[in-house]
Design a protein around this ligand. Sequence first.
Ligand SMILES: [Zn+2]
Ligand SMILES: [Zn+2]
Length: 179
Amino acid sequence: MNVMDANDMVCCPYNKTHKMLRKKLQQHILKCREIYKDEVELLVCPFNKAHLIPEPDFLQHTRTCIDRKIVAHYQQSAPAPLNEETKHEKIETEENWDDEYVPDYDPQQYVVNANIVREPNGMFPSQRKAFIKQERKRLLGEDSDEETTGSEQNMKLPTKANSTGTQRPAPYKLPNRNR
Ligand SMILES: [Zn+2]
Ligand SMILES: [Zn+2]
């Protein structure tokens, strides 16, 4: 029997003497529910939500429901076995980033050797003067002992560094790095 047949006749779950076309069933049930709701409780089939079963028949229906076979088929089927197309070899690699020793980036350590003009922030005036002098030596070389005013204006224009450029580390090159 083709359940999709438009002329498929079905029984009302509230009263088996009510017979109607399947497509009329939902509408019919709404009417019968008003009549029988105090006598008969309909339960929903666990295999098909369209099956409404009176409670006394429920257990029997769950044993014989045609949709039970479809569900049972999937429940009892073994999982698909792995084959060559669904497997791949374990990926081996010599790289292990956890083993590689790279020193932590220390900005204070970096600027000591970098060709960057440091700002004497948070210093007393005497400390600033000494710091600026030290920075000039660091950036321009130890031989740049010529007396300067030590002002910060001069600091920001290390003109001599452009002409000599011997003792400066290359810009952007991190110290203590092997590769
Ligand atoms: Zn009915
Ligand atoms: Zn059912």
